[in-house]
Design a protein around this ligand. Structure first.
Ligand code: SF4
Ligand code: SF4
Ligand code: FES
Length: 749
């Protein structure tokens, strides 16, 4: 427990950890001291003066060095002659603070009056209107009138693009520097700066391309006015028209918590996602999102979504059909024949569980289930066994801890983990060791770097495992982050075994804040592996059924193929039956993040056409193959998962929907303090224990000799955040950012 400091704020006693500032101390007792430049996640700068308060400390007798007491026996307070900025003043023992005196109230009025002299007051057309700290604080604390000439206002050309994702309205900017501090201090992208002085001071972008950062959307959340808006949302809706539904991002292993803001569109008569906002989860994404998670959502209402089942007719053409005809065709063609099922790693746990059940217990003997990408089949079991301990909290990583990052580009593969683990290193002093065949952004913060030739991560790790383990014995905690990129299947198995051995031999296996952290390609790679215990897929099969596989490479050839997806993908073009599935935004379910947190997402949009949830489709086929299933919803399936998948024992929708107050308190009426991040009403999720945490676990049970690593002379791709794909291609704002993955040919060392 940190040392506590006692003080009073407007006479109310409060005890807070040493080092807390007055704004945060007041917040803990529900006293909202207005702020503009201060943000609880950013460095304090004391620039706006909105938080002025009266501060006093106990009077000390200079002779005796004792606190002077009054007649009432209480310490006499010596009030400072001038108002103090509450955001930059740390609390001290016995301090007294006054936040409601005439001087304080007058100062707030004056500051607002000054701020508004250069503000355009164009609230009716401003995207921030309705959720603007400046608007709200002016109503609460501002003067009713201005003594300044309205005509003398500063005028600038409006809406200057700061890059293609973010627009700047210079006359709305109150020069608080929150955007600059976020980009400099948290993202380490030095892309924004102030230019000029006084009234002419404005935000400019320094980078080429402009505002070059994966995290730019966060600045629009924390900007306390409508100076920064996104190209995605500007002029699209008013804040009060939007409904907010808790959801999850599926585009990388972090599992960021989102709120989908939707609205009924009169021109189409349907609901649409108007914007994606962060939802606070201090254990997952805090209050941040990367730009992919924020701007990729357009696929949910893309005009080319599959809306009807399709059947290949006698002439060889895919034609629209009814569900009944499509399901019956599948039953007719697969009854008595083995089916090879391949589950994509963005489908929900409930879908994957039923799919595995169908293939193992309903479909004909010889059926099997695999997953795409196939690579995950070779190491997800090791991540489950040696993954981070159940109570791991990245916010606690710091001095004495070691983060070992092998073969992965953390920022490209898991952007919000980049933000969080970088903080552990640069702010809290964790030691970072990076091993890779090329330089990544994380190399900037590494205390030690190791390199190997392209494609040789596994060989490097097996050679170094024993030495590493010895060196890392003294670490307080050991987090090992790794990726499968550019490896062969034997390579990734070998790498995961070597890294798990480092954990075991250095004494960190099964401990909190320690363990493997795989940089999986998508948001439910771990969950789909947990649900299916996937087998490698064969080259050929009698019937193949692909669910959510997208453009999966190298899927088996078969005389009969079913593709279940959102779009008419290249694979769907070849299929005999195409089944339209609902997107994550149109249904409920759970995903399991790369650090094994099981989280819920909820329905935000109505169904597209006749598309159905994956689990429903699987059940309808199962029934036609003879099963007596009768699942009504995902909650019922999850209950069964908790009974049949040992790692999920004890989990329930109720438990993972649990929410509680998180610090900092943001997201409710607290726009002025934390920004437009949403409160978490959907659940904080729960991480299930790694196998290595279980009492009956034998630490080296999975650690068979690493397989002989074949350095295949095939091209392996380096994973990129904006890698081309079916979903990002349909984002109106991200399309210009798409990169083709760098393909490289590994060589033997
Ligand atoms: S653009 Fe917004 S966040 Fe940036 S300095 Fe101006 S008011 Fe502050
Ligand atoms: S960091 Fe990952 S999970 Fe979070 S918003 Fe970005 S892509 Fe989505
Ligand atoms: S000076 Fe304290 S909030 Fe700006």
């Amino acid at each position: 427990m940190a040392d506590l400091v006692n003080l009073t704020i407007d006479g109310v006693p409060v005890a807070v950890p040493k080092g807390t500032n007055i704004v945060d101390a007041a917040k803990r007792i529900g006293n909202d001291i207005p702020v503009f430049c201060y943000h609880p996640k950013l460095r304090q700068v004391g620039m706006c003066r909105m938080c002025l308060v009266e501060v006093g400390t106990p009077r000390m007798d200079p002779a005796t060095k004792q606190i002077v007491k009054g007649e009432d026996g209480k310490p006499v307070i010596a009030w400072m002659p001038k108002l103090q900025t509450a955001c930059t003043t740390p609390v001290s023992e016995g301090m007294a603070v006054r936040t409601q005196t005439p001087q304080v109230l007058a100062a707030r009025k004056d500051i607002l009056e000054f701020l508004l002299t250069s503000h355009p007051l164009d609230c009716p057309i401003c995207d921030k209107g309705g959720e603007c700290p400046l608007q709200n604080l002016t109503l609460a604390h501002g003067p009713g009138m201005s003594r300044f000439e309205y005509e003398a206002k500063h005028h600038d050309e409006k809406h200057v693009p700061l890059g293609d994702l973010i627009y700047l309205d210079r006359e709305r900017c109150i020069q608080c520097s929150r955007c600059i501090r976020f980009q400099d201090d948290l993202a380490d992208d030095h892309v924004l700066q102030f230019h000029e002085r006084g009234r002419n001071m404005e935000i400019v972008t320094l980078s080429d391309p402009p505002f070059n950062s994966f995290f730019s959307g966060n600045t629009t959340d924390i900007c306390p006015v409508g100076a920064l808006t996104t190209a995605d949302f500007r002029f699209k809706a008013r804040a009060w028209e939007l409904q907010g539904t808790p959801s999850l991002c599926t585009h990388c292993p972090v599992g960021c918590n989102l709120t989908l803001n939707t609205r009924l569109e009169t021109h189409t008569g349907g609901y649409e996602v108007k914007r994606v906002m962060p939802r606070q989860n201090e254990q997952v994404n805090e209050i941040w999102l990367c730009d992919k998670g924020r701007f990729v959502h357009h696929f949910t209402r893309a005009a080319d979504r599959l809306t009807h089942p399709l059947l290949r007719n006698a002439g060889g053409t895919l034609v629209e059909s009814t569900w009944e005809a499509a399901l019956q065709r599948i039953a007719d063609r697969t009854l008595g024949k083995p089916i090879t099922g391949i589950a994509g790693d963005r489908i929900a746990n409930e879908d994957a569980y039923l799919f595995a059940g169908l293939l193992r217990t309903v479909a004909s003997k010889g059926s099997l289930i695999s997953m795409a990408p196939a690579m995950a089949t070779y190491y997800a079991d090791l991540a489950r066994a040696y993954g981070v301990g159940k109570d791991t909290d990245f916010n606690q990583l710091g001095k004495g801890d070691v983060i070992l990052l092998v073969n992965g580009d953390l920022e490209e593969a898991a952007p919000v983990w980049f933000l969080r683990l970088r903080q552990a290193v640069v702010t809290r002093g964790a030691r970072l060791i990076v091993a890779n065949d090329h330089t990544t952004k994380m190399h900037r913060y590494a205390g030690q770097t190791e390199s190997y030739q392209l494609g040789n991560a596994a060989n490097w790790a097996s050679t170094r495992a024993a030495v590493l383990a010895e060196e890392l014995k003294g670490a307080r905690h050991l987090l090992i982050v790794f990726s499968d990129e550019k490896l062969s299947t034997s390579g990734v198995r070998s790498l995961a075994i070597s890294l798990a051995s480092v954990l075991v031999q250095s004494g960190h296996a099964g401990k909190s804040n320690s363990g493997l952290l795989p940089l999986y390609p998508h948001g439910n790679t771990q969950g789909v592996s947990d649900m299916t215990s996937p087998q490698p897929w064969p080259d050929r099969a009698e019937a193949v059924w692909l669910i959510g596989v997208g453009e999966g490479e190298g899927v088996p050839q078969a005389p009969f193929t079913i593709v279940q997806d959102l779009f008419q993908t290249r694979l769907a073009e070849q299929a005999d039956v195409v089944l339209p599935a609902l997107s994550f935004a149109e249904r409920e379910g759970t995903f399991t993040s790369g650090d094994r947190r099981v989280q819920r997402f909820y329905q935000a949009l109505p169904a597209m056409g006749q598309a159905m949830p994956d689990w429903w489709i699987v059940q309808e086929v199962a029934k036609r193959l003879g099963a007596t299933w009768n699942y009504q919803n995902t909650a019922q399936i999850f209950t069964e998962i908790s009974q049949h998948i040992p790692a999920y024992a004890g989990l329930s929708y109720e438990a993972i929907s649990h929410t509680e107050d998180q610090w900092p308190l943001v997201g409710r009426g607290d726009l002025y303090y934390g920004g437009t991040v949403y409160d978490n009403t959907g659940g904080l999720g729960l991480r299930y224990p790694a196998d290595a945490e279980r009492a009956d676990f034998h630490a080296d049970v999975h650690l068979d000799t690493p397989p002989e690593v074949t350095i295949e002379a095939v091209q392996r791709v380096r994973r990129r955040l904006y890698e081309d794909g079916e979903l990002i291609r349909r984002s109106k704002v991200l399309a210009a950012h798409i990169v083709n993955s760098v393909t490289e040919v590994p060589q033997a060392a």
